[in-house]
Every structure is written in structure tokens, then in C-alpha cells.
Design a protein around this ligand. Structure first.
Ligand SMILES: [Zn+2]
Length: 255
């Protein structure tokens, strides 16, 4: 059966003399593994549209759960990523998160659109990698079913109070007044500044196409960034080598 899907290449593995397995993020089937015959030959007509992070239309032969690449039509190539080690490493980490959390034949929901928007944002000149990483981590966690409840204090229902705390045990909010009365000493809570709470709310509740539409600086950016990484890794119950690698490239970059 021939199927046509839009997707972004998340990974490539060489196999045989000229062949590759491609991991492709699609809307219809989640992340699928596609055998691409002869793609490493110099004259392969599919090579350009099958590069890492290429956003293309793929025509595939589907047989049971096996896919073979038939033809490709490029839509968008994020060429700018491959010439920038930091950006490229960050995109590889994002791809790793998606690959790890995707189940075969499960629809990708909005992940394809979200990832395309993320790469588009990351590729821009002077893009803020730290901020993009933080937004991606928290929004991805939310889309994967780990959305924290940041609507209001869980006890009194107030949207904002002088002091607001995040409970990492309950993944929700509690205000200062209610915390004094009802939180026992074993619950892990952390105080959130107004700006940090606003940023967290914006990241999980705003429409995807607007999610990168803000700037953040100074210590609140550091707090936001620490929060999102810890939150995502805690809920996935693991870390990623590609994250360590990205951090190394950042250290070398700032030295
Ligand atoms: Zn309250």
C-alpha cells in the first residue's frame, strides 16, 4: 500500500552498503522507521529531502508495520542548523525526546507542527537557545501528558496571591496563605516569582504558534530553565546523552 505523509527526519542510521533507516516524525503515525534504499549513493534523488531535520512529503510503501521510501518532495530544510554546532546539538536532543516518547502507530497529534515551529525558531539568527530549550521541554512535557496544573491555588482557587508556590509532588499551585494552613512538612514546594509563574503559564497554555513569542533575561531565565529541565527529566524518569553533549558544546562556546 502506498501512503503519503508529511514529516521531519529525526534520525538516520546507515545500513548495508548504500541504505539508511530514517526515523520520521509524522502526524498520522507518530515516529516511524523507514527503510531508504540506495539513499547514500551520490545520485540518489531522495537524499536532499531525507537529510536530518528535513521537513518533506514522503511517499512510502507500507506493508504491515514496515515502511520503505518511495519518493520525497522537500517542503523545508533547516540548513542553518547544520552549520551551528550548538543549535544542531540542541535539535538532536529535542529529536531524542520525541523518539523516546513516541509509540509506533500512535498519532503524533500536534508534535510535528510543534517541532517544525521549534526548529524554525532555533534556526533564526541570534535565537535564544536557552529559552527555546526551556520552552520546548515544558511544552513537550505538557503535550506528553505531564501538564502541571497552574491555573490557580488548589485550595482557595485564587489566580494570583502575594506568594505562590509550586508543589513538585502534586504538580500544582498553592498560595502562601493556604500553604501555611494545609501543607505538611514533607511536601516539596518551591516559591515562584510573579514573572516565573507567568512564564510557566504562558508556556503551557498559549497556542503553539505563539509559544516562542516572548523574551526573558537574567535570573528568572535561569530559574525557568532549571525548572523545565528538571520537570521534563523527572517525568520521563531518565536523562539523555544528547543533553549532556549539548551542554558540553555550550560550555565550550562560552569559554
Ligand atoms: Zn490559596
Amino acid at each position: 500500500m502506498l501512503v503519503t505523509v508529511e514529516g521531519i527526519v529525526l534520525g538516520k542510521r546507515d545500513t548495508g552498503e548504500n541504505n539508511c533507516f530514517l526515523d520520521i516524525l509524522t502526524n498520522e503515525y507518530g515516529v516511524i522507521e523507514v527503510m531508504a534504499h540506495g539513499i547514500r549513493k551520490a545520485n540518489s534523488k531522495n537524499a536532499a529531502a531525507s537529510g536530518l531535520f528535513s521537513y518533506s512529503t514522503f511517499c512510502l510503501n507500507k506493508s504491515n508495520l514496515h515502511y520503505t521510501l518511495n519518493s520525497t518532495e522537500p517542503k523545508f530544510s533547516f540548513y542553518g542548523l547544520s552549520s551551528d554546532l550548538q543549535k544542531y546539538s540542541l535539535a538532536v536532543y529535542f529529536a531524542d525526546i520525541i523518539k523516546y516518547t513516541s509509540t509506533a502507530e500512535q498519532s503524533g497529534d500536534d508534535f510535528l507542527r510543534f517541532f517544525a515551529i521549534t526548529l524554525f525558531e532555533l534556526e533564526k539568527e541570534n535565537s535564544d537557545r536557552t529559552l527555546i530549550k526551556a520552552v520546548f521541554e515544558l511544552r513537550a512535557a505538557s503535550m506528553l501528558g505531564f501538564m502541571p496544573d497552574l491555573r490557580a491555588c488548589r485550595s482557595c482557587g485564587e489566580y494570583i496571591k502575594e506568594k505562590m508556590f509550586f508543589s513538585s509532588d502534586e504538580n500544582d499551585l498553592i498560595c502562601g496563605d493556604c500553604a501555611e494552613l494545609s501543607v505538611n512538612s514533607t511536601e516539596n514546594i518551591m516559591e515562584l516569582s510573579d514573572v516565573l509563574l507567568h512564564t510557566l503559564r504562558f508556556t503551557i497554555y498559549t497556542p503553539i504558534e505563539k509559544v516562542y513569542g516572548f523574551k526573558l533575561n537574567g535570573s528568572v531565565k535561569e530559574q525557568f530553565s532549571a525548572f523545565t529541565e528538571e520537570y521534563l527529566l523527572k517525568h520521563l524518569g531518565r536523562t539523555f546523552k544528547t543533553l549532556d553533549y549539548y551542554k558540553k558544546t555550550e560550555e565550550n562556546f562560552y569559554e
